[in-house]
Design a protein. Structure first.
Length: 207
């Protein structure tokens, strides 16, 4: 039976939980019409567990984060959408959930993505490559790391003297805008996957 109230999100985490905390703040401020119905953490020792429980969010730990067990925890919460928020494990996506799982990556995909590319490693690779622009990407997750149709991207400049830490801070600010935007588009039914790409339906402007 469908649950009443705002659309429910389930967020999957492996690290510090900053992305989920940011989403919770955006929801509390009335800028995202949703609720976080559950957080699934891949290990009891990750910093996200006490942090997000401290915010009053319902957190469960699935360790080891095997596919069937993770999806059982997800489906128990009956979400409209699953949000990967620094979830570092490859997660097979059942047919029923394809097109209903979003991921956020701290670079402009398809560059600087793939297995092992997460956190400070991404920003170090960006700086080593000497590119002048970085950013973040929200995309539908599929069976491969950092693949799947792109929904939203936000760019930030790479500045002279940047370190992985200073660049990460700038990219995270972009993430705090991009993820709620993508989630809102999904919940409003404005996203459609066509030929491996995302088409976004925007409201028509009055003449």
């Amino acid at each position: 039976m469908p649950r009443s109230g705002p659309p429910r999100l389930v967020c999957l985490v492996s690290g510090g939980g900053r992305t989920v905390a940011s989403l919770a703040e955006t929801i509390a401020a009335g800028r995202l019409p949703a609720t976080i119905g559950r957080v699934v953490a891949s290990r009891a020792g990750c910093a996200a567990v006490p942090r997000l429980r401290g915010l009053g969010l319902p957190v469960v730990v699935v360790e080891p984060p095997e596919g069937a067990a993770v999806w059982a925890a997800v489906e128990e919460a009956a979400p409209a959408l699953v949000c990967l928020c620094g979830f570092l494990h490859k997660l097979p996506i059942p047919a029923a959930w394809r097109g209903k799982v979003l991921n956020i990556h701290p670079a402009l995909l398809p560059s600087f993505g793939g297995q092992g590319m997460y956190g400070a490693r991404v920003h170090a690779a960006v700086l080593a490559a000497g590119v002048k622009v970085s950013g973040c990407t929200v995309h539908f997750a599929d069976e491969e790391y950092d693949r799947g149709p792109i929904v939203v991207q936000k760019a930030v400049p790479v500045l002279e003297g940047d370190t992985p830490e200073t660049l990460a801070d700038r990219v995270f600010q972009a993430e705090c805008e991009a993820y709620p935007e993508a989630i809102r588009l999904f919940l409003e039914g404005r996203l459609r996957i066509e030929g491996g790409k995302v088409a976004i339906r925007y409201a028509r402007r009055e003449a």
